[in-house]
Design a protein around this ligand. Sequence first.
Ligand code: DOR
Length: 423
Amino acid sequence: MKILIKGGTVICPYNNIEQKLDVLVQDGVIARVEQEINEGADRVIDAEGKYVFPSFTDIHVHLREPGQEYKEDIASGCAAAAAGGFGDVCCMPNTKPTADSEAVISYILKKAEQAPCDVHPIAAITKGLAGEELTEMGELKKAGAIAFSDDGRPVESSRMMRLAMQYAKAFDALIISHCEDRLLADGGVMNEGVRSAVIGLKGVPWTAEALMVQREIMLAELLDTFVHIAHVSCAQSVECIRQAKKRGVRVTAETCPHYIFANDSIVQNYDAMSKVNPPLRSEQDRLAVIQGLLDGSIDCIASDHAPHHIDEKLVEYNTALSGISGIETSFALSYTALVKTGLMPLSELVRLYTSAPDSVVHLQGKGIREGAPAKLTVADCGRESVIDAASFVSKGKNTPFDGVKVYAGIVCTVYNGQIVYEA
Ligand code: DOR
């Protein structure tokens, strides 16, 4: 299969290209990148007025398989990833059974062989995510685990997290921390503040997150090792990370499109589609998170794609499950909030979706250059569209952004030389 992508503006953060170029894909790899290619191809994609990016990387995705295929499975989650412009996804281990054994990691990798993107499983830090016994990190890494996390819940014991970081350091493995002090969160369902008081829902204070962020930073400092902070949602977490980086602590962090695009005001209709953990925070927090992206305190954007069955969401706010099905709207929400508003150039946003997440989890080999695997995303950034949850490729239709106007639609996604998604 020969694909010629003609007339698009190529933005490639891996090798600092921002230029109008034609791209020829042949036999699964990028064969030529030149100003004008006039060669016969099986498919010619007219990218005039559009952009060509290396396909995106999402380092925080819940694919739900094995065990919760009624919410999502590897095939549907990866098809959704392709629709969102992603060529690499790292999937979280809160599956059933937990991805805490070689068998589950191998199962995920085997199932992912047919997928329209590369899947990198993240294994659990503790067995069954119970926080009591460490997993066999060395063996899990050998089996293909790209990182370790108990995401969905925190490692509550500081001693256990210290041991985990020590152990991970020995295997050169990355710990990704879900930062939440559950005693402080105390069953809260939204951000604690004026709004939670007014609408009468129990709040989660920002301290529940920031205290844990600070704990992880201090442990990483103590052990002189790496730690990655998942889904940063509040100003104080950003500040802890900013100060730690200044001291030279090897901490990295991600935030998610929903913390960039929305604040806790959207909770006031009591629609549990907006329930997510950590919760949507105040406008001040949203702006601080954006500032964190702008000054490099936050390294990248990840979707925390958390598909749920509609029956788990169409219930009272207090009983609904937390999570947003976000991989298909990730780039458009971020683009609309950051680039359309003039806060960030497009090339910087593309970096936050490609080389930046790759460097957090040490993924290599991408980029728009001759000989590289053909993993590309064509986007129409000028195109206005309205988010339509019913048309999601993901099984999870749970989004608070249904009906919202956004920019930057994915036109097509190429994975290893094949068109795996076309709008
Ligand atoms: O809202 C969330 N949903 N936050 C998490 O940390 C886990 C996720 C899930 O697995 O549904």
